[in-house]
Design a protein around this ligand. Structure first.
Ligand code: CAA
Length: 356
């Protein structure tokens, strides 16, 4: 039997082109750009258009024409809804989508922490293209959702993720890797502006370890195992294993892990600074959510600046980093939240941040 499942995001950008539609065979992705004249264009008559993106997972037996028709009708409905109430459609895309490889929920007392669970249990959450596409889409959705303060990324008790999907990538040739820029889509995690916490139970191997390292904070369950076993497959880490790991644990430990493929356990990972906390496996996700909630008590604007400043430490020299930090610190003095935070301290009351 043929199956079709749909995911979509509604965003606003300055792309205007009527009716352009294309299919990328590798990802089964349709993209339809719709004319801005269908939508209210803002009082300043800026060139804002709404475009809809739909990813289609389908069997080969589904006729393209049917998919295109289904897509067009669904996308138009969504875009019309977005024009009336854009924020509703954006939130819909990030919270209610019908995912195949992940699960998403919004939780916490204030419903401000998003949890994305990798959900490919039979393959130990191996990171196939479809999964990474869904993860990217979910992250983009939550990234734009002003109600979300932090994101938790987790897997199952057996595996956070056992790496890139070896079976899917095995047939790849060098030219396909180059021409398709293989693994380029994986960077959405590192690009996410909101704080993202990896809650790692079980195996975090190869791309799984790299995915955890793209997050801002890693919490580990007691039985978590981290490793870069690519060397045993005749390849090397391709999504940060030789770079982020080395910056975190130092050359000797990173070299040992990458050259042997040996795993380290949660306790050792904590000792070398790869993870910030080890907790019992069954409390891992709730602990990560609590951490997200704590972050969510602060100004999301200042949290974003602070995250950027810490990340700059990985990108530049100490002097440049210190300069960036100082200027960003100065910049917080232009915000209402910095004023409110200090005023609240002086008045011995909780701060009421407006994220401005
Ligand atoms: N890709 C595809 N399938 C995988 C997978 C992977 N990375 N890891 C596990 N699976 C599949 C297995 O093939 C198996 O499927 P079948 O039941 O259909 O045979 C299923 O998941 C369960 O796996 P095992 O039977 O092997 O489970 P285990 O408990 O005996 O072993 C394991 C667990 C040690 C994690 C082992 O599965 C393993 O070594 N996996 C591969 C780890 C690895 O090499 N990761 C690096 C990938 S390369 C990479 O990530 C490159 C990069 O930098 C981006």
């Amino acid at each position: 039997m043929s199956t079709v499942s749909l995911r979509w995001t509604i965003t606003r950008d300055s792309y205007l082109h009527f009716g352009e539609r294309y299919l990328r065979k590798d990802w089964n992705e349709f993209r339809l750009f719709l004319p801005h004249r269908h939508f209210p264009v803002g009082t300043e008559h800026r060139t804002i258009a709404t475009h809809a993106t739909l990813l289609l997972q389908h069997s080969h037996r589904v006729k393209m024409a049917n998919i295109a028709k289904l897509f067009t009708v669904r996308a138009q409905t969504l875009v019309q809804a977005a024009a009336r109430q854009p924020q509703v459609a954006i939130r819909f895309s990030s919270t209610s989508a019908n995912w195949e490889f992940i699960k998403t929920e919004v939780t916490g007392e204030k419903k401000n922490v998003a949890v994305i669970t990798l959900n490919r249990p039979k393959a130990l959450n191996a990171l196939c293209n479809g999964l990474m596409q869904e993860l990217s889409t979910a992250l983009k959705g939550y990234g734009k959702d002003s109600n979300i303060a932090a994101i938790v990324l987790t897997g199952s008790e057996k595996a956070f993720a056992a790496g890139a999907d070896i079976k899917e990538m095995a047939p790849n040739t060098y030219s396909q890797c180059i021409q398709g820029n293989f693994l380029n889509d994986w960077t959405e995690v590192a690009r996410t502006q909101k704080p993202i916490i990896a809650a790692v139970n079980g195996y975090a191997l190869g791309g799984g370890c790299e995915l955890a390292m793209m997050c801002d904070i890693i919490y580990a369950g007691e039985k978590a195992k981290f490793g870069q076993p690519e060397i045993a497959l005749g390849t090397i880490p391709g999504a940060g294993g030789t770079q982020r790991l080395t910056r975190v644990v130092g050359k000797s430990k990173a070299m040992e892990m990458c050259l042997t493929g040996n795993m380290i356990n949660a306790q050792e990972a904590e000792k070398v600074g790869l993870v910030s906390k080890v907790v019992p496996a069954d409390q891992l996700v709730s602990e990560a959510i609590k951490l997200g909630e704590k972050i969510g008590t602060h100004s999301s604007l200042i949290v974003q600046l602070c995250k950027e400043a810490v990340n700059t430490a990985y990108e530049t020299t100490l002097q440049e980093g210190l300069k960036f930090e100082r200027r960003t610190f100065h910049a917080t003095f232009s915000t209402a939240d910095r004023k409110e935070g200090m005023q609240a301290f002086v008045e011995k009351r909780p701060a009421n941040f407006k994220n401005e």
